[in-house]
Design a protein around this ligand. Structure first.
Ligand code: NDP
Length: 396
């Protein structure tokens, strides 16, 4: 593994205009701004105004919008700044290919796969927030990281917690990984109540402030399903070693259990800047101005078993893990299409899991991925089939 610790660290943020992206820039500011980080590239999609403002403020060398139709607007917004501008898939590729030591992978969805792979292959250290790289492309993504020689540091709070709790010298004694889940906004609702919920209700996470996709994923628990698959790849554990426990306060971010019965947990207030700061400062810890846990105020921590009847996503994740191969790509592609249909009000909240399960059953026989093209194809096929299932549901 390459360990680059020069200051300033050269950093590219893929998805700088999103929830993780803006939190990352706040961490950059807290850790010393331009004295500590040289920003190589920032990328966004639709939010040109914010992207241009960030690029100017942090002195980025390159600003990229993934949306080619917005190239002219970004160029205009950055005129006279000396900051290079690019757009589209080739623009993202250019951003990922710049010689940054660290790349924060924070694009939402499958769109993040190609640029993150590009950065991994050239040996960048990857701070990984984007889930699809591991859920859809698992082993192939890990191969890219290992052939590039960079580090892979998880940013998802659960995986950051596990990474922090793992005693690498006692790897043989690792028994289980316990992912905590808030249970989302419908933790205490009946299935009947969940059937009629709106997008507005589904996006209102009780503890975390996050982007739209992951907020709805927390409500369905598909987010936890993805995290189970991520955990398998990141920590090399068997599916039966991955447990999920509902913990409504989101204070314990996840835990590691050892063969002697010990369980090690990582705790903190629900604020993504801690996990982001840990990744960007690795291997040291840097001071951050985030709220501290007040145990007396907290008073109690609650736990309960997840209910897989109301949250079938967890069962579907286990099916995908057991089947292996391209099932992660199928699960992810189908879920993204089902999510889009829910946002467009074509299907109801509970229908999302039904769509995913139908597509997984149809594509259960898909084998393993030999190359990324196989992942892209499985993803496209899963989306196509999910749209068919949605059309039939909407017509019924
Ligand atoms: P957001 O929706 O807030 O931000 C997504 C980012 O991706 C924005 O910069 C957006 O640009 C950009 N983007 C959107 N569509 C495209 C596209 N087609 N091509 C390229 N870029 C695009 O998401 P989050 O920050 O919440 O999440 C980012 C990733 O991190 C997700 O995979 C999520 O699951 C993961 N994650 C997020 C956590 C959180 O707390 N938010 C926690 C753990 C993981 P623009 O805004 O300009 O349109």
């Amino acid at each position: 593994m390459i360990m680059r610790t020069e200051v300033p660290r050269r950093l590219t943020i893929l998805g700088s205009t999103g929830s993780i992206g803006t939190n990352t820039l706040d961490v950059v500011r807290q850790l010393g701004g331009r004295d500590a980080f040289e920003i190589m590239a920032l990328t966004g999609n639709g939010n040109i105004e914010l992207l241009a403002e960030q690029a100017r403020k942090f002195g980025a060398r390159l600003a990229v919008t993934a949306d080619e139709n917005r190239y002219a607007a970004l160029k205009d917004a950055l005129s006279g700044s000396g900051i290079a501008v690019a757009a589209g898939v080739s623009g993202l590729d250019e951003a990922a290919g710049l010689d940054a030591d660290w790349v924060m992978a924070a694009i939402v969805g499958t769109a993040g796969l190609a640029p993150t792979l590009r950065a991994a292959r050239r040996g960048a250290n990857i701070a990984l927030a984007n889930k699809e790289c591991l859920v859809s492309a698992g082993e192939l993504f890990l191969d890219a990281v290992s052939s590039g020689g960079g580090l892979l540091i998880p940013v998802d709070s659960e995986h950051s917690a596990i990474f922090q709790c793992l005693d690498k010298s006692q790897r043989h004694a690792l028994e289980r990984i316990i992912l905590t889940a808030s249970g989302g906004p419908f933790r205490a609702c009946t299935r009947e109540e969940m059937a009629g919920v709106t997008l507005q209700a589904a996006r209102s996470h009780p503890n975390w402030s996050m982007g739209l996709k992951i907020s709805v994923g927390s409500a369905t628990m598909f987010n936890k399903a993805f995290e189970m698959i991520e955990a398998k790849h990141l920590f090399g554990v068997r599916p039966d070693q991955i447990e999920v426990v509902v913990h409504p306060q989101s204070v314990i971010h996840s835990m590691v259990g050892y063969v002697d019965g010990s369980v090690i947990a990582q705790l903190g207030v629900p604020d993504m800047r801690t996990a982001i700061g840990y990744a960007l400062s690795y291997p040291v810890r840097s001071a951050l101005d985030v709220e501290r846990l007040d145990f007396a105020k907290l008073a109690r921590l609650d736990f309960e078993a997840p209910d897989e009847t109301r949250f079938p996503a967890l069962r579907l994740a286990r099916t995908a893990l057991e089947r292996g191969g391209l099932q992660g790509a199928v699960l992810n592609g189908a879920e993204e299409a089902a999510f889009a249909a829910f946002v467009a009000e074509r299907i109801g909240f509970l229908d999302m899991a039904d769509v995913v399960e139908a597509v997984m059953d149809q594509l259960a026989g898909l084998g393993s991925a030999g190359e990324i093209a196989d992942v892209v194809q499985a993803d496209a096929e899963a989306r196509r089939r999910a749209r068919d299932v949605v059309s039939k549901m909407a017509a019924a």
